[in-house]
Write a protein that binds this ligand. Structure first.
Ligand code: AMP
Length: 144
């Protein structure tokens, strides 16, 4: 899907927000949901999404973006405390040619470990759900 288009209410993250698909929740409030990526590129790969429907950065209300990025910083800090990585990549893709595969705005928080190659983006192995729930609980413990 290109940058233009309409929001698909049946995209995977919309289904997660409706509770139709389970997720390993890290954080939730009225505006934001954060959960573990089911196909992690590294240990601790976490996603942060707004609850309001938008496909990408361009069709999102700036007020929503402010809440999203400030919460992403807080959650990334908890990920950092939890996994003690050597670095953290934070990414956000707009449009299929840019690598976006789920068309509901989201930030990736991807811990990076020295000498450890990054798993493939949206094409790797599905993680064990119980493991993800344990990781989410550890991150949650480090949230302010
Ligand atoms: P993007 O390619 O930037 O749109 O990222 C979408 C991300 O969603 C990928 O990293 C996928 O691994 C992840 N993903 C896909 N399905 C699920 C799911 N059911 N639960 C959690 N993460 C998912």
């Amino acid at each position: 899907m290109s940058l233009n288009g309409t929001y698909d209410p049946d995209n995977i993250f919309a289904k997660i927000l409706r509770g139709d698909i389970p997720n390993a929740t890290v954080f939730e409030n009225d505006h934001i949901l954060s959960f573990m990526d089911a196909f992690p590129q590294s240990k601790g790969h976490t996603l942060v999404i707004p609850k309001t429907p938008s496909r990408n950065l361009f069709d999102t209300d700036p007020g929503v973006l402010v809440k999203l990025i400030s919460k992403t910083q807080i959650i990334a800090n908890a990920v950092r405390q939890t996994f003690n990585p050597d670095g953290i990549t934070i990414t956000q893709f707009n449009g299929a040619p840019a690598g976006q595969t789920v068309f509901h705005l989201h930030f990736h928080i991807i811990p990076r470990y020295k000498d450890m190659a990054l798993g493939s983006h949206a094409g790797g192995q599905m993680a064990d759900f119980e493991d993800l729930k344990e990781q989410a609980a550890k991150i949650r413990h480090n949230l302010p």
